[in-house]
Design a protein around this ligand. Sequence first.
Ligand code: NAD
Ligand code: DAU
Length: 336
Amino acid sequence: IFKPRNIIVTGGCGFIGANFVRYVARNHPDVRITVLDKLTYAGNPQNIAGLPQSQVELVQGDICDVALLERIVPGHDAIVHFAAESHNDNSIANPEPFITTNVEGTFHLLEAARKHDVRFHHISTDEVYGDFALDDPCKFTESTPYKPSSPYSASKAASDQLVRAWVRTYGLRATISNCSNNYGPYQHVEKFIPRQITSIMEGVRPKLYGTGENVRDWIHTEDHSSAVWEILTRGRIGETYLIGADGEMSNIAVMRMILRLMGCAEDAFDWVRDRPGHDRRYAIDSSKLRTELGWKPVHTDFEAGLQATIAWYAANRAWWEPAKAATEARYRAQGQ
Ligand code: NAD
Ligand code: DAU
């Protein structure tokens, strides 16, 4: 068992990173956390507000800044790497920052971890495996071949391969996890579930891409956090673990559920232009993580989780309102 004392969490002011920082702060008060975050449009210091200053420190900076890494990495015993450009639609409109942050940034972190002999955990996505046809009953496993579809997923696939090479060639103490679609509090309004919830709250009809038949495998971000903690502390070095909670749902089913839970007619949405290259279905087989490390998800009632997420967005308008107009302007320009 690895007992981290002093960790760096990159991207700790983003959606999943911030939920992980909160999870660690709550469950492991003896662990000190340095959040390294560039605070892009997707990063918000409020996401980690209210945590004890003695435990959590925010360093605003870029994972591509080698001099900064040289200054802050020594003295830490692990890096948990969440920082990324994370949104597929943005990667289609402008792929460049995805290559810089996701590929080059991961390279610089790996070099810093190698130099200072720091344990590394890399957060990745099931999208590196591509997709399945809607009628294909298969699920992704750790041995599914890589076949990314979008600039975003290709950049994440590239970063995973770098981590594997650093393990094999340099003996870096690293693990990788590939997780399915997360939902929960602090998710940016550009993503599917928060976009629809906040549009309805503003009296705007929500938008469904293509036929709406695409399937995503939903997991509550809190379950992602517990899985990452288990892998960081008890995972085998050099291994990849898939994280998922058997939460497959079509987009149109999620859309109707949101509308119903918010007291609207289930057909009160607009059909819009499909995403180019839109992946059809993701599905995770998380048996390895469950049998080897004994992990299991707790938030498996999707409807209850969605209801709580809607309540969170209702209670936190001041958090999301500033980002909403600019996000919708970007979508409008793309016909979405
Ligand atoms: P997010 O976009 O909400 O947050 C990303 C964070 O990274 C932001 O705080 C941003 O400021 C920071 N960041 C971006 N570029 C940076 C840079 N160059 N240097 C330092 N910080 C930088 O993303 P998210 O949805 O929380 O995703 C976090 C991670 O989890 C990503 O690696 C993503 O690929 C992965 N992932 C996401 C999902 C999902 O459903 N959202 C599922 C599986 C894996
Ligand atoms: O599978 C893990 C991935 O999940 C992560 O790696 C990504 O970082 C994360 O953004 C997410 O990617 P998706 O592309 O699946 O998520 P997104 O929220 O953008 O869209 C979910 C589905 O909903 C997708 O099929 C597209 C559709 N969609 C999206 C939006 C924003 C709509 O139908 N309407 C919308 O307005």
